[in-house]
Every structure is written in C-alpha cells, then in structure tokens.
Design a protein around this ligand. Sequence first.
Ligand SMILES: [Zn+2]
Length: 292
Amino acid sequence: MAQAFVQALFCEKGTEEACGECPACKKVEHKNHPDFIYVTHEKPNTISVKEIREQLVEDLEIRPYSASHKVYVIDEAEKMSREAQNALLKSLEEPPEYGVILLLTNNASSLLSTIRSRCVTLNIRPVEEREAVRKILIKEYQMPEYEAEDILNFAQGNVGKAIALATGEEYRQMMDDVLALAGRIHDFDQARIREKAHDLAEANRKGGLDLKEYFDLLVLWYRDVLLYKATSNPEQIYFKNRIREIKRQSARGRYSDLKEVIDSIDRTGKLLRSNIDAELSLTMLMQAMKEI
Ligand SMILES: [Zn+2]
C-alpha cells in the first residue's frame, strides 16, 4: 500500500492512479528512487535514534532530487526505540512542505501517544477477495496450488504477509519446526524442553525468528486438535497431512487442557512482547503442551 501510494504521488503520467510503467513508478518499485527513502536498521529488533536522525531527520532538510515530494517509509515502526520516536516528533509535527512520512505498523498502540497524535491513522483491513490473492500467489510468485492454499489460510487476508510467506524459505522452515514441536512434544524430556526454549528465545532475540508467527501456527495446531475432538471431521483441519497425530492428541487431551494450552500460548506471546524472561516462559508453555 505504501509503495502504491508513493507511485501515485510520483507517477509521471500525472493521472489519479499510478501507471506502474514510467521511470518514476519503476524506480519506486525497485526502491531506487532518490526521493523515496526506506528507513533501514542494523539490529533486527530495534530502530535506533541514530538511524532515525541520519536517515530521516537530517535528510529531510535536503530538498527532493527530482520528484515533487520526498517520502520516508518506516516499516515495523513499533521497533523504534523511545529515543528514536522522540527524535522524530519535530519532523512529524512540522515537516517541510515536500516531506511525507509513512509509519507502517501492526501495532499502533505500542507507539508513543505523542507520535500517534501527530499522525493520520489509516487502518488497512484484510482483503476479502481470497481469489484475487490466490491468483497473485500462483501467477506472480509461481506457487503450486496446494501451497497457495496453505498460505491463504495462514495469512488470513493480509496480502503483505501472504507475499512475504510466498517469497521466504523461512516460512517453510518455521512450519516444519512448529509441526515437529507440536507433534512430538510428548517425547521431550526436561533437558530437551529447556534446550528448545533456549533455541527459540535466542532465535527470537537475534531476529531470525518471528515468535508471533510461530505462535500463530502453534495456535492453529491446537485449534485443529480441538476442532477434530468436537467434530471428528477431517475436512476443516488445517494440517491435513498430520491428521494421525491430530487424532491422537484429540483423543487424549481434555477440552479444558486444550483450551488452557491455547490461552497459555496467547499469554506467553503477550509476555514476550514486554521483554520478560523469554526462555522461562517458553519452558513453561512447552511444559503445558507436554502435559496434554
Ligand atoms: Zn507512472
């Protein structure tokens, strides 16, 4: 959406919608337009005050090179440190007439209220046209039909997420890892649980793993187990190729335990966002999973 917006602003055809063909549209698409600045950050989980100052605040003083405007995009804006957000306040409040700053976030409430009060909020809703997203995945990203189906289920109408999943190896790896964990947790002893908790916490800290997505997949697994327990119908199961293990867990787990695990995943996810000891809370979560 941010890219489409910048293209519409810069397009040389000057019509309401971007043409997608002219040099300006192309340069925006390839992220090499000199007046379109995509703020980058070195550490995976933080955008520092230095990065905001150098790439945005100071750069904003310089007039656009060829376009009418200069646009800055801060993706995952919730990763800005408190100092970074404070450094941005003045630019947000009184940008030069050519300055446009777009903050993209999945969680606007985690930004400082002083930031939010200076922004216009546009809520991007999930796309309802499942078919349209399916076509994009198959045509433009050469996805096999069955994989496109998996991704559509998981992305739930979030096109950006669907594309990220379709283009990244990480998704497949994460899926395999979640299935190995949820499917075999009953064989894990204490040492193995602690080791797994340690590995996940480390990967999360280094930015190699998005624990939120990891947890979304785990919840899907237990949703399958609950659903199968309630209906004995394999039709609506998401992980169809793991039906045997899902049957087994649904026969063994009580409703209350399964519900407890789903709540526990949710709770752990929230705790992890508030920087508590990730390893300990992951260990406790896996303990609860094992007890089913
Ligand atoms: Zn154009």
